[in-house]
Design a protein. Structure first.
Length: 452
């Protein structure tokens, strides 16, 4: 890092703007006497124990009161950062908060994005998984993404990674004993037991990797593209998902020429919806560009809802990605149930009926979408992997374990097995931050807000 991790830093940790209160945090070496210079009860603050609250007035550099404040005092190591910390609560007038912050900046530096959490990592209050979870929790858009981030913040994934790391270290020790004492009169290493333990460990890694598909949807969102011919009901369905008239709906084909994007929460899942231009042959340059964008969004989506008007259905068009396409028989209220079932039986793909005009007309569609969302969900005690950085490291670890298994099976020697296990350990150590180059930390913490 190009800056000190002990000097006092300060930032407002509540959102800017007018509110009931604003909170400013200052943390680092000598931050308590620094604040005391501008506090009406300076002696009390200097002597205050950790986890105490003081009432008084914050003074400017001339000794004049700026505002009535409460100070929350945290002594190292029992603070968020692990350093001495003061959190100052003032009235939520942005001008008052700015004046207090300006005064503190005479003796402290403005915190960089994520620097309070970086110091918590540096002081052993959090590992790197938990530090990333702080930012994920702040930015979580739905209930399930909140729960996933909180689970990681509480250490569920970290505990599993540390357990796996301990198992790999144990396997390494057994291999190295076989190397160091090969010429001693000692019982040989049980290669069969070693192979079984390696296989069990590799299987557990594969389970975690498999959970990442579901984890990515929770963290990054499930992308659903509404596609189909003009006037098949895409924009009406888009509005029904949003429960508002976001897209223009007319009986004229080609009304939607550009795509619309909105997000919703569906049973706690973050769903990103795209309403696209109708698919048809066209000579209109603008409409052709809209159709090109529609096809691009279809290729990038996690699920394509291909709408077909149930009242005029004749034949199913050729689907480019049938595995991730759900046929939606729209305007289902215009045909009877027998005809709907006949159409579903005729379609050689998953299909669901939908009506935006009837109460409960989208229930079947919602249930089918949720079944797709839950498809990759892992059961049992496997912790959810939501971060692509974690996934990449787990894949490296699994690959190294696979090489170790192959080396053992081919009887290449315990040296080769141990070498691959060292690589597997390094991958897991990078996840929890035991081995993290500065450029990686800078990239991670640059995505934080300044107050964290």
């Amino acid at each position: 890092m190009s800056y000190s991790l002990s000097e006092p830093i300060v930032a407002q940790i509540t959102p800017s703007g007018t509110a009931a209160i604003a909170v400013i945090r200052i943390s680092g070496k000598d931050c308590i006497p620094l604040v005391a210079k501008h506090f009406s009860q300076a002696d009390k603050l200097i002597q205050a124990p950790g986890n105490s609250i003081l009432h008084g007035y914050f003074l400017d550099e001339e000794g004049e009161p700026i505002d009535e404040v409460l100070l929350y005092v945290f002594r190292a190591p029992k603070s968020y950062t692990g350093d001495d910390t003061v959190e100052l609560s003032c009235h939520g007038n942005p001008r008052l908060a700015a004046r207090i912050l300006k005064t503190l900046l005479l003796s402290a530096r403005m915190a960089k994005p994520g620097e309070f959490t970086l110091r918590a990592l540096h002081n052993g209050k959090l590992d790197l998984i938990q530090a990333e979870a702080v930012n994920d929790l702040i930015n979580a858009p739905t209930r399930k993404s909140e729960a996933a981030a909180l689970s990681q913040l509480q250490g569920d994934l970290s505990d599993t990674i540390n357990e796996l790391l301990e198992q790999i270290i144990n396997l390494r020790m057994r291999c190295e004993l076989g190397i160091d004492f090969a010429d001693q009169d000692l019982p040989p290493i049980d290669e069969q037991a070693l192979a079984q333990d390696l296989a069990s460990l590799h299987h557990r890694l594969q389970q975690m990797i498999a959970s990442a598909a579901h984890g990515r949807l929770i963290r990054e969102g499930f992308r659903i593209c509404l596609a189909g011919a003009p006037n098949s009901g895409k924009s009406s369905l888009f509005n029904a998902f949003l429960k508002q008239n976001r897209a223009i709906v007319t009986p004229h084909p080609g009304t939607t020429r550009d795509y619309l994007e909105e997000s919703i929460s569906l049973e706690g899942y973050w769903v990103i919806l795209f309403d696209t231009a109708g698919l048809r042959e066209s000579t209109d340059l603008i409409e052709k560009e809209g159709i090109r964008l529609s096809k691009q969004l279809m290729s990038e989506a996690d699920l394509v809802l291909y709408l077909i008007d149930a009242s005029t259905y004749e034949d199913l068009p050729e689907l480019e990605s049938p595995d991730k396409t759900l046929i939606v028989l729209s305007k289902a209220d215009l045909v009877d149930k027998a005809r709907l079932q006949e159409l579903k039986d005729k379609i050689p793909h998953d299909a669901a009926a939908a009506s935006v005009m009837e109460e409960g007309g989208l229930d079947e569609l919602y249930a089918t979408i949720l079944s797709r969302l839950e498809h990759n969900k892992e059961d049992g005690d496997t912790p959810l992997v939501t971060n692509t950085r974690h996934l990449a490291a787990l894949q490296v670890c699994a690959g190294s374990l696979g090489k170790a298994q192959a080396a053992l099976k081919q009887q290449l020697g315990f040296e080769f097995v141990a070498f691959d296990l060292i690589a597997a350990s390094a991958a897991l150590e990078e996840i929890i931050g035991l081995v993290s180059p500065d450029d990686l930390l800078n990239r991670i913490f640059s995505n934080f807000c300044i107050g964290k």
